[in-house]
Design a protein around this ligand. Structure first.
Ligand code: ZN
Ligand code: ZN
Length: 190
């Protein structure tokens, strides 16, 4: 049984409540029916914002998130935040995964806005983008790398436009990789 915990900051209650279908769809894709999912609010994101900028340092956050993590294994913790994310060397990122520590952080900051970051986009668009991010990051989590096929959900999205232009599913090549990885994992877990 795979233990999934989805953590979200106050303010994202509505998105999480209305987005359970997309979480379930992404989790089912990777873990079949063999997972349990729990949702929880968390606070303390501010401590990962360096004084010289207004974004959360994803690298620091993912190494030491402000929550008590469950010791159950195997697991994955997915953190949803509202503040913009950056990684040293990148002006911004939509999400970051640390497979070794079983942690994913996804920012809704850009996913919920238009290309100029001025206006908010509709709920449908936000959910579509979030689903792609979940599919992409869970792909990294199980061991996939970036794909050169720009339509593939495992391609790297530098901009929101890139994200909107790709489809929410892996290409044939990535699908084959995913099924061989998952078969290997399942054969170890009878
Ligand atoms: Zn990626
Ligand atoms: Zn691919």
């Amino acid at each position: 049984m795979f233990y999934v915990k989805i953590w979200y900051v106050p303010g994202l209650e509505e998105l999480v409540a209305g987005g359970k279908d997309i979480f379930e769809a992404a989790l089912k894709f990777y873990f079949d029916e063999k997972y349990s999912v729990e949702y929880s609010v968390f606070t303390g994101v501010e401590r990962y914002i360096p004084p010289d900028r207004r974004q959360v340092n994803a690298k620091d956050f993912i190494l030491d998130p402000p929550v008590e993590l469950n010791k159950k294994k195997p697991q994955v913790n997915i953190f949803l935040i509202e503040r913009d994310l950056f990684l040293p060397g990148f002006n911004y990122v939509f999400a970051v995964t640390n497979p070794a520590l079983a942690r994913i952080v996804i920012s809704l900051f850009r996913l919920s806005r238009d290309y100029n970051l001025v206006n908010y986009v509709g709920e449908y668009k936000v959910k579509e983008r979030l689903f792609k991010e979940l599919m992409h990051e869970l792909g990294h989590f199980i061991g996939l790398e970036h794909c050169d096929n720009l339509l593939c959900v495992m391609s790297f999205s530098k901009t929101l436009k890139d994200l909107d232009n790709k489809v929410p599913y892996p290409c044939e090549t990535c699908l084959e990789r995913i099924s061989s990885i998952l078969n290997r994992i399942r054969s170890m877990d009878p």
